[in-house]
Design a protein around this ligand. Structure first.
Ligand code: 3PG
Length: 340
């Protein structure tokens, strides 16, 4: 809806009549489009510099920025979305209730890779475009994989003799942007890298200098270390289970920077009870995190808060990409990275 203002317009009557009798100018209605609004809704805020850069991009396009950071209740989000045209989120949940409350909404951009926090079917039903920003925080997540791996291989820096990564086998479960960065770093450590991805050909995987395996069971039975990089979908949820994990070689270690839901926690717990050599490290805490720590002590490690994408660089990359994509869509209809 536009803002209508009534003005006297001399051009309607022509210059001569305007000069003669300005009071006779007719009223003319101009329709100025009302400023659009983009909400940055982040329970876990971006770094301040990233937010500043996002605000600059959005305001330069003549769009107003609204911010809801560190919110604690869904009702705050429901209120904040009421009059906005676009929303930029991180792991924040955008479900049918949020979409119902956002009457003007046209686009939601997940500043990040995984978009299981957006109800895509509901977005489509509400005529809202959903996007993500693939690759923008991939290096940050990959570096965290190695931060956690080194910490765990050195017995959480307890001083007890640990192990090295050089010469060890690393399996990448799915081979997207994060896994490609993990492969690059792993090669620097001298690891032997394998990957499986149902959506890529052997040639596509091997062109990145890693060995492609033909199946998920082959990946797990070959690799001492397996790093998860698959999204949480109906095919993958609970799929990393007891039967699969039990085939991993001696001194196995599972690394999860993807989503907690892909691991069958009960199966993992059973296996770790049976195999004292098995370790689990995750940036996505299992629901039963306390039980795992109580039972397995330093054989498990969970970041206190999800940290994979928490670098200044990743915040800026993903935030700026999300701001540009939101503006591009609202102003010019550009729908690259559209998910629905
Ligand atoms: C992603 O899917 O991009 C990562 O899980 C990062 O999530 P975050 O933005 O909540 O840190």
């Amino acid at each position: 809806m536009g803002i209508s203002i009534m003005v006297k317009d001399p051009h309607i009557l022509g210059k001569e009549s305007a000069k003669e009798d300005q009071t006779s100018w007719p009223l003319f209605e101009y329709n100025y489009p009302k400023s659009m609004k983009i909400l940055i809704a982040t329970e876990k805020p971006f770094a301040a510099a990233a937010v500043k850069a996002m605000e600059e991009i959005i305001t330069a396009a003549g769009i107003e920025v609204v911010k809801l950071e560190k919110y604690t209740e869904k009702k705050q989000l429901l209120e904040a979305v009421a009059a906005v045209d676009g929303i930029i989120i991180r792991s924040d949940i955008v479900d049918a209730e949020v979409l119902d409350a956002a009457k003007n909404l046209k686009i939601v951009v997940r500043a990040g890779a995984g978009y299981d926090n957006i109800d895509l079917a509901a977005a489509t039903a509400h005529n809202v475009v959903a996007m993500n920003t693939p690759g923008q925080n991939a290096n940050a997540v990959a570096e965290l994989v190695f931060g956690m791996l080194l910490f765990q291989c050195r017995n959480q820096f307890s001083g007890a003799a640990g192990t090295e990564l050089m010469g060890k086998t690393l399996g990448l479960h799915a081979f997207g942007n994060v896994a490609r960065n993990v492969a690059r770093v792993a090669k620097g450590f001298g690891m032997e890298v394998y990957a499986y991805d149902p959506f890529l050909t052997k040639e596509q995987i091997e062109s990145a200098g890693v060995k492609a395996v033909e199946s998920i069971p082959e990946l797990y039975s070959t690799c001492q270390y397996v790093s998860l990089h698959c999204p949480a979908t109906k095919e993958t949820i609970g799929s990393i289970n007891y039967d699969l994990l039990k085939t991993m070689p001696k001194n196995a270690c599972l690394i999860n920077t993807a989503r907690k839901e892909v691991v069958d926690e009960a199966g993992l717990m059973k296996l770790m009870e049976e195999r004292a050599d098995f370790k689990y490290i995750a940036d996505v805490k299992p629901a039963a995190a306390d039980d795992f720590v109580e039972k397995f002590g330093t054989r498990v490690f969970f970041t206190p808060k999800k940290s994979g994408a928490q670098t200044a660089e990743a915040n800026s990359n993903a935030g700026i990409a999300a701001a540009k994509q939101s503006v591009g869509f609202l102003k010019e209809g550009i729908d690259r990275f559209k998910l629905n």
